[in-house]
Design a protein. Structure first.
Length: 130
């Protein structure tokens, strides 16, 4: 069966990132994890590849043992519609720690409350209260 899903590649922080995302976004969970084995490029026992469900969106998370000359860009972001202002504030506060805002939480006219940020791993999130 053909399937399309986001693929997030980290350099050593994949497990930390997926744990943060699954613990922050409601209805999220780790679906499966593959770890590096003996003789593979990554450190034995560390996360190699995982599938997570972030509020129903299946995402592949990869921990690359190779350093790349690129990272994440805000031109691709994960967009979250929240059910309450309290939920939005909690998610924004958690994801913003160690990251930075592209648009801090505010009413920008297209929603009641909206924030756009890069988390500490460089992944871009748009958090919205419709």
């Amino acid at each position: 069966m053909t399937k399309v899903r986001p693929f997030l590649m980290f350099e050593g922080k994949a497990e930390e990132a997926m744990t943060l995302y699954c613990g922050t976004i409601p209805d999220s969970s780790i679906l499966d994890v593959t770890r590096y084995g003996s003789g593979e490029d990554g450190a034995e026992g560390t996360l190699k590849l995982a599938r997570v469900s972030i509020c129903g969106l299946e995402v592949t998370v990869y921990n690359s043992p190779v350093h790349h000359a690129f990272t994440f860009t805000p031109s691709f972001s994960l967009y979250v519609d929240c059910s309450s202002e309290q939920e939005l504030e909690r998610i924004v506060e958690t994801l913003a720690k160690g990251g930075g805002f592209l648009m801090p939480p505010d009413n920008y006219g297209f929603s009641r409350r909206f924030a756009w940020l890069n988390d500490r791993f460089g992944v871009s999130w748009q958090i919205n209260l419709p």
